[in-house]
Design a protein. Structure first.
Length: 198
């Protein structure tokens, strides 16, 4: 019995080797995978709610990896580890550490010098993080939770609503999210900010 994942817009395709890293061997469909991942993510969200983080802790490679591991380690052995495969979206895997360093340094600058309003900083960070695509999978969910952590821990504001959806399942909400991401890719960040706040 193997994991049967079909291509879906906005979802990262896993390599055969990455699929082999599934811890729960009885999972055979995307629906089952989503359920197990969501349970794991809810544990990570609970951890973020009950833990306060400083800006200097949040904006580090170690924290990004720790958060991803907390989100997916019940399901995947590669949780919290940078990918070693090429994806149709994302920088070449060998460039992940350097691109991430640029993003972390830029974000610290944006915050220190108030280059953008708080919501825009959190969403610009989220957008650039998902474009780097650090991990084999879960990058969208990871980047949204990072934006929430930045908004909550650094700017002391309530987390984003993301159209009321924790996982952005297929349908009009997901389509709106993908459209907003594409607009952000073209330099129009406002639709993604609006989506995050809707």
């Amino acid at each position: 019995m193997g994991l049967k994942i079909t291509d879906e817009e906005g979802k990262t395709n896993l390599s055969p080797q990455e699929k082999e890293c599934l811890k729960i061997k009885t999972i055979s469909t995307y629906g089952e995978l989503d359920e197990h991942e969501q349970l794991n993510i809810e544990k990570a969200v609970e951890w973020t709610i009950h833990t306060k983080f400083s800006r200097d802790r949040i904006l580090t490679e170690v924290f990004l990896k720790t958060l991803h591991k907390r989100m997916f380690s019940d399901v995947w052995t590669w949780a919290g580890k940078f990918r070693h495969t090429e994806k149709y979206n994302g920088v070449p895997w060998v460039k992940i550490p350097i691109e991430l360093r640029y993003l972390l340094d830029n974000t610290k600058h944006w915050i220190s010098h108030q280059v953008y309003p708080p919501d825009e900083i959190a969403i610009r960070f989220k957008h650039q993080l998902v474009k780097i695509h650090c991990f084999p999978n879960g990058n969208g969910r990871h980047s949204r939770l990072m934006a929430d952590i930045i908004r909550d821990s650094i700017f002391k504001r309530d987390v984003f609503s993301w159209s009321g959806s924790k996982s952005l399942k297929a349908g009009s909400i997901r389509s709106n999210y993908i459209r907003a991401l594409h607009k952000a890719d073209q330099g129009q960040i406002e639709p993604l900010i609006d989506f995050a706040n809707s």
